[in-house]
Design a protein around this ligand. Structure first.
Ligand SMILES: Nc1ncnc2c1ncn2[C@@H]1O[C@H](COP(=O)(O)OP(=O)(O)OP(=O)(O)O)[C@@H](O)[C@H]1O
Ligand SMILES: [Mg+2]
Length: 342
């Protein structure tokens, strides 16, 4: 019999894994980008930086933040393949906690978790995800966490669990949750405090990567080829002139690149606002979560003008899902005896 000593809430998104856990009574969260390539890194070249070389079956992988050979994780199959297993284990190591037996809560995209026609749970997909994460994986010269218990939850919707509970909604209130992630736009309508999920929607064509891809192209045109990570950082820090000047080599193109970024952000906002309005014409409240929430906030406010402050940007929107799942499901279960698994 193995005892799971800790429980982690994991939102394993297609571009970043977010983990939240409770350490000495305080909630902690980390974000770990998915950037892996085949084969191992050589230790000899790098003195101080830690190397993460993994093996799954006969295949070797390594974590490589800046490689342009990084394997894509932005397709639905990612939820059930080697890269998902890798990214979850890799992210767990970034928590700084000592590896050991653990139980985890993970997420599936809303349209994988529910059947879109009837909003019922898709037990086949849920089981598939569990089986995938139970597979063997090893870290060269290192120890990994041992996952002994897995619970699967839907993406997006639980991100507003406590916010909804505290907001005094009645049983008829329709809350639209908009999750703008790295590669997908997910939406769901929650009735009351969670009485019912009345509709779900997912669009894998709309996400922050629309902006990132355009920024990378613009940077290349300004003699400043950059990785996905750098491009994303530039989007976040576009108002920080020192950072902008550091990243863009061709000074004559700085304003042009910044203009491109703003154009794409506007385009993303317009696309999300259009989809949201088509999906739910008149919700009573709108909650914005996911890494792209800040980028689309204004567009959503504009498309639902009568809602005013009932359009709510959830605090730290990128980590909201893992944090809320952690608070809600994990906190009260962490005790000395913990979860026993036969
Ligand atoms: N403050 C911010 N401003 C702009 N972009 C941000 C900010 N914070 C995060 N992002 C971007 O949001 C994206 C990641 O969001 P998130 O972690 O929600 O995606 P994901 O869950 O991996 O993707 P998906 O839900 O599509 O599978 C990244 O492109 C990141 O650069
Ligand atoms: Mg996500």
């Amino acid at each position: 019999m193995t005892l799971a000593k800790m429980k982690f809430a994991i939102d394993d998104g297609s571009t970043n894994v977010k983990i939240s856990w409770i350490d000495k009574g305080v909630i902690q969260s980390i974000t770990s980008p998915n950037s892996f390539r085949k084969d191992w890194k050589s230790a000899a070249l790098l003195n101080n930086s830690k190397i993460f070389n993994y093996q799954i079956g006969a295949t070797k992988y390594t974590f490589d933040a800046t490689s342009d050979k990084a394997l894509p994780t932005t397709h639905v199959a990612y939820q059930y393949d080697d890269l998902n297993l890798l990214s979850v284990h890799h992210a767990l190591l970034q928590t700084g906690m000592k590896p050991g037996p653990i139980s985890i809560l993970v997420t599936l995209p809303i349209i994988e978790y529910y059947n879109a026609e009837d909003c019922q749970k898709n037990e086949t997909n849920i089981e598939r995800k569990k089986q995938n994460l139970m597979r063997d994986i090893s870290l060269n010269k290192g120890e990994l966490f041992e996952i002994i218990d897995i619970e699967v939850l839907p993406e997006s919707l639980p991100a507003v669990l406590t916010t909804l509970m505290d907001s005094g909604v009645n049983e008829f209130t329709k809350s639209l949750v908009i999750d703008c992630g790295g590669t997908t736009l997910d939406m769901g309508v929650i009735v009351g405090e969670f009485e019912d999920v009345s509709a779900v929607y997912g669009n894998p064509e709309i996400g922050v990567s629309m902006v990132t891809d355009a920024v990378r192209k613009a940077l290349a045109a300004a003699d400043s080829d950059a990785s996905y990570l750098v491009a994303n950082e530039l989007i976040k820090r576009r108002k920080d002139r020192d950072f902008v000047d550091d990243v863009i080599n061709d000074v004559s193109k700085v304003d042009w690149v910044l203009g491109k970024i703003e154009d794409k952000i506007t385009e993303l906002g317009a696309a999300v606002a259009y989809e949201a309005k088509t999906f739910t014409k008149n919700p009573n409240r709108v909650y914005l979560v996911g890494g792209g929430a800040l980028l689309i906030e204004q567009a959503i406010r504009d498309v639902y003008p009568s809602l005013g402050d009932k359009v709510i940007l959830v605090p730290s929107p990128q980590e909201a899902l893992s944090r809320e799942i952690c608070c809600y499901h994990a906190a009260d279960e962490i005790t000395e005896t913990d979860v026993a698994v036969a």
